[in-house]
Design a protein around this ligand. Sequence first.
Ligand code: SAM
Length: 348
Amino acid sequence: MSTVDLMQTPSSDPAVILRYRDRQYAADLIGAAILEFDFFSFIDQHAGISFDNLCSHFEWQTRPADVLLTLCRASGFIANESDGGIVLTSVGREFLTSDSQWFLGPYYQPIADSPVRKDFVSILRTGKPANWQAKSDGADWHESMKDETFARSFTDLMNCRGIAFGQKLAAAVSDQIAGHQHMLDVGGGSGIYSSTMVTRHPHLRATVLEQSPVDEIARKEIDRLGLSDQVHVHSADMFRDPWPTDVDVVLLSNLLHDWDVAEAQQIVNKAREALPVGGLIIIHGAIINAEKTGPLPVAEYSSLLMNITQGKCYSVSEYGDFLRPHGFELHPYRDTTGDRGFLTATKC
Ligand SMILES: C[S@@+](CC[C@H](N)C(=O)[O-])C[C@H]1O[C@@H](n2cnc3c(N)ncnc32)[C@H](O)[C@@H]1O
């Protein structure tokens, strides 16, 4: 394993490298819409249909249907009228409706039998995530994270991107974090976001709240970086157990997007309870714009998350709904690197 120098920051943006992986499932979701549901022909015949009526017709659940529609909007296949009604764009009508002479459905036929495409059909109907990467042991991603070998491999995956993401985030929140002392990094994985934050802001200490076995992985990683004095690991279940309360910043990095609305709201409510008035919540990850028209790389990544977890990439307005009515003042969304960004909010 290479030596890590968290003081050194990258000069380039890894977006292109990440996008190959982040968009891996998007073709299968579009393939499901075309091949299984002839979705675009239906929209053509029912121009202006509402989201709810669309879901009723196809018997789709809200979460996966929203991810599909966001992907179609971000791709420029559909648009929303001012009353929210869904219509096709020119490219959608000309190339994606089955009675058009330019219909490109047969181009997707080779992936008709892809397990991921088939999974999407059942996720749209049931709302339940598929097994992680079609593993046959029946465990979804959330359950798999309790397995030592899987947790190690997946934490490595998150850690490698987290070095640059964490460094950019730490730099971007400098003004907001200056007067704060103790950050709670909920579901913090290897602790890389805490490690990069305290390296950039040495006045700060951090606590990583993690479940077993990731908690032990985090302890070892933080120790390897020589940061055990500033970053501690608190072993707990974020839903069932109490959170430390002597904190004035809560970081939720790539966390809410793993969960459906009820669980995500539960996490935000626990963050509110943990923070004093004036405390800061930071939500970091891949975030859809307020209009749900993009960015395309985030809409593509959302199809992967929707397939393997109980969540999706939420939009700026959906995060506003989690925060504003629950006692937070929201600050504007900001980009960092690699199609990621963050929102902050202050507890009122
Ligand atoms: C997608 S990862 C994000 C890790 C890190 N925050 C990042 O940005 O890379 C979600 C993390 O939440 C943790 N997690 C999931 N359920 C949890 C629970 N009930 N209690 C504590 N941590 C949990 C997982 O172990 C995992 O490390």
